[in-house]
Ligand binder design. Structure first.
Ligand code: GLN
Length: 491
């Protein structure tokens, strides 16, 4: 089945002209017709332009041109990334009719490769959440069990790759929003080092943490998408001008001589025992393949969530000030005066969680509290980063679970924000330190839901992370497991 294949397998078929990009695109939309009503991963489908892009790629293949690895490959894009001429809602009512007049840098780069954009994916409003239930539009269902959430905030991007309604996708990760949904949906998801990928055209949530990255069916595809999107950009002053290696060169099936650190602070009582078992088993596989495994300590891990929920809302409160009903987006039509227009527009346009974050962030930055909260959080962030710096003196890669639990039931945590925030306990530390991190499938719990292994590297050491992830994948079969979507019944 074409829709089930990886980008690199499809590229061979396209190159050999066994299939056309148009056939492939049609196959993906047929799959969408079959399962999307149950999964609900997309907010917008762009079939007409997708078929045009496919036909363009086909011309290249037919002419025998040297085509890039992602030419003609159907890819889905999180609805927080600006796509010229295609509605970009950020999962928010306030941007319901927002059509960007420009492409994000990652989109320009993907179009240069000749990709086929299938559509825009559902997400928690402004990327705030861990379940995609904070979308103003719809609930996305985890393909492995339609009664459960797909993770968040890039839940749509994870679910569509898992459900084979896209070959790969882009998401964004501020505190775990690529890695956690990848783990919960049983796919590969990677957050690159902060500064690796341009944030130009990524609608800002917390600018010192936000980073774009891929969801894919395997590690090879992850390297291919990274190759396509990385690189410094004059339009993003925080993008870093360092050489971008060819990440496919890191796909080495060998971990002999590599040192893997296992931080004891991640294996606490809060961790689901079945997840702990899968992750320990995965680490044992790597050890069996020649890696040296040693315990490391990241002593400030326990402060990562508290720190994140000061810094991210503080930045969000500033970033979201631009939605004032004046320049673009939703506007209340019956205000009494200008101030009332602002108030009504923002009260009606934003959802509960976004308003909660704006209030938290505004409070943390207010006169008299800024030093006690924001400044202190910045200091703790530095301590968390120093923990990692010390650990990476000793080891090449750090291995942990990605999420403390498997996918939870829809509705289970939505009424309890603190419980929801704890979903990020394993992913926020690396976000504070700006590190690259991948989640790869490493098994299923008894109820049949996927488990993710998180592998972290030092800044700009994506190559180590990919090498360990690739070796693990090549020597196990977890990534080949597919959900059986129940197309009758729930959803
Ligand atoms: N779940 C976290 C939050 O709600 C992380 C979100 C993200 O990485 N965008 O902020």
């Amino acid at each position: 089945m074409l829709h089930e294949l990886t980008a690199h397998a499809l590229h061979e078929k396209l190159k050999a002209r066994e299939i056309t990009a148009q056939e492939l695109t049609e196959a993906v939309y047929e799959r969408i017709a079959e399962v999307e009503p149950h999964v609900k991963g997309y907010l917008t489908l762009t079939k007409d332009s997708a078929l045009e892009q496919a036909s363009h790629a086909d011309t290249g293949f037919q002419n025998g041109d040297e085509m890039p690895p992602l030419a003609g490959i159907p890819i889905a894009i999180k609805d927080v990334i600006c796509t010229k001429g295609v509605r970009t809602t950020c999962g928010s009512k306030i941007l319901e009719n927002f059509v960007p007049p420009y492409n994000a840098t990652v989109m320009t780069k993907l179009h240069e490769q000749g990709v086929v954009m299938v559509g825009k994916t559902n997400m928690d409003e402004f990327a705030m959440g861990s379940s995609t239930e904070n979308s103003a539009y719809q609930i996305t269902h985890n393909p492995w069990d339609l009664d459960t959430i797909p993770g968040g905030s890039s839940g749509g991007s994870a679910a569509v790759v898992s459900a084979d309604t896209a070959v790969c996708s882009l998401g964004s990760d501020t505190g775990g929003s690529i890695r956690q949904p990848a783990a919960l949906c049983g796919v590969v998801g990677m957050k690159p080092t902060y500064g690796r990928v341009s944030r130009y055209g990524l609608v800002a949530f917390a600018s010192s943490l936000d980073q774009i990255g891929p969801f894919t069916k395997d590690v090879t595809d992850c390297a291919l998408v990274l190759n396509a999107i990385c690189g410094s950009d004059t339009m993003d002053a925080t993008s870093v001008d360092v050489p971008v290696p060819d990440f496919t060169q890191s796909l080495i099936n060998d971990v002999e001589g590599l040192k893997i650190g296992v931080p004891k602070e991640y294996f606490t009582q809060a961790l689901d025992t079945e997840i702990a078992d899968s992750v320990h088993a995965a680490i044992a596989v790597l050890e069996g393949l020649g890696a040296t495994v040693e315990q490391v300590s990241l002593p400030h891990t326990e402060y990562a969530i508290a720190t994140y929920y000061i810094i991210a809302p503080a930045e969000a409160s500033a970033n979201l000030a631009r939605y004032d009903g004046v320049r673009y987006g939703y506007r209340n039509e019956n205000p009494e005066d200008l101030i009332s227009m602002y108030k009504k527009t923002r009260s009606e346009g934003f959802g509960e969680e976004v308003k909660r974050r704006i209030m938290l962030g505004t409070f943390a930055l207010s006169a008299g509290y800024q030093d006690a909260y924001y400044k202190k959080a910045q200091k703790v962030r530095t301590l968390i980063k120093s923990d990692f710096d010390a650990a990476f003196e000793k080891v090449d890669v750090i291995a942990t679970p990605t999420s403390p639990t498997p996918a939870f039931k829809i509705g289970e945590r939505i009424a309890d924000p603190l419980q929801m925030y704890l979903s990020d306990v394993m992913t926020t530390p690396a976000s504070h330190a700006g590190l690259p991190g991948i989640s790869v499938p490493c098994g299923l719990v008894k109820s049949g839901l996927p488990v993710g292994l998180q592998l972290l590297g030092a800044p700009f050491a994506e190559e180590n992370v990919l090498r360990v992830a690739y070796t693990f994948e090549q020597n196990t079969e977890h990534h080949q497991q597919k959900p059986k979507i129940q197309t009758n019944g729930v959803g």
